[in-house]
Design a protein around this ligand. Structure first.
Ligand code: G4P
Length: 289
């Protein structure tokens, strides 16, 4: 398959980003890919591994405060089997972030030994942060750089506008050069991104989206769903998404004028409650097998 064909589902911008990332790769020692722990497949750019080739890589499973901890642990060991280091983090509270620098050092330990043998003791380690929009890249950088210590710099020979941040003694981060898009024209991916709110609600039908989410929850997290909306008495299995939405709307007393169930309001509530983890810690993509 030609390159043009493989990337045809990306907007034209993807080509630009790929070039920018490749141009900046030689400035860094490793790449840290931030993903959303609730959707570890859909929140990745499927071309990234090709773009970064054999640069040492670490995965940060962010938003783990909202993801199912047992699933996050399974994903971490799945990546480990593939030889990729992954750490669960939560940039909202900062949990897990103290592991970042030590893990990168571990990832680069052979290289660090080589540098030291060449007399480069305490050589600055540089890591490029990459990730699709909304996974928490700015939150991560702000937390690591403690906001005030962020520095913006144009280094010579580098694409203008590259943003560097110092996060510790001899440790710098480079923000994603360009926008790294998800594979959002794959309907499955688009749907998962919409569930989490990474795709704006204006461009999707809210009731349809909430109905689909309810079907996924009915199959994977039925106990949590039942507990949140007090549906323990009901057999949820035969119900379609829209029927679940109506049931929830009725249970919450969401009636429109004329006594009909206000499914629009119910759908906004369901999506909000999923996105703020009020429904519980949920992972929508499981490890295969
Ligand atoms: P980006 O640079 O990759 O586009 O992502 P950004 O840091 O802007 O984060 C996107 C949203 O995700 C923000 O919420 C941010 O607060 C939230 N977020 C980031 N990391 C975490 C995390 O580990 N856990 C949780 N629960 N949320 C996280 P927002 O609604 O856009 O803004 P706000 O709520 O911060 O005002």
């Amino acid at each position: 398959m030609s390159e043009a064909q493989t990337i045809q589902w990306f907007p034209g911008h993807m080509t630009k980003t790929r070039r920018k990332i490749q141009a900046s790769l030689k400035l860094v020692d490793a790449v840290a890919e931030i993903i959303d722990a609730r959707i570890p497949v859909s929140s990745r750019n499927p071309e990234l591994h090709k773009i970064i080739e054999n640069k040492p890589r670490i995965i940060l499973m962010n938003k783990c405060d909202m993801a199912d901890p047992s699933q996050t642990a399974r994903w971490v060991s799945c990546y480990q089997k593939e030889g990729v280091l992954a750490i669960p983090v939560d940039c909202k509270s900062g949990r897990g972030l103290n592991q970042f620098i030590p893990k990168v050092r571990e990832l680069l330990k052979d290289r660090i030994i080589q540098w030291e043998q060449k007399g480069m003791v305490n050589r600055t380690i540089r890591v490029m942060i990459v990730g699709i929009p909304n996974v928490g890249k700015s939150s991560f950088i702000n937390r690591m750089a403690k906001q005030n210590r962020a520095k913006v710099e144009d280094r010579p020979g580098v694409t203008r506008g590259n943003q560097w941040f110092t996060i510790g003694k001899a440790f710098d981060l480079l923000d994603t050069p360009g926008v790294l898009w998800p594979k959002f024209d794959d309907p499955n991916v688009g749907e998962k991104l919409a569930f989490t709110g990474a795709v704006k609600d204006q461009i999707v039908d809210t009731e349809q989206l909430a109905s689909r989410l309810l079907e996924v929850l009915r199959d994977e997290y039925s106990a949590m769903l039942a507990a949140r909306y007090k549906l323990e008495k009901y057999d949820l299995r035969p119900l379609q998404g829209y029927e679940l939405l109506e049931l929830i709307g009725r249970k919450r007393g969401m009636l429109a004028s004329g006594g009909e169930i206000d499914t629009e309001r119910a759908s906004i509530m369901v999506l909000d409650e999923f996105r703020s983890a009020k429904l519980g810690k949920i992972t929508l993509e499981q490890v295969n097998g």
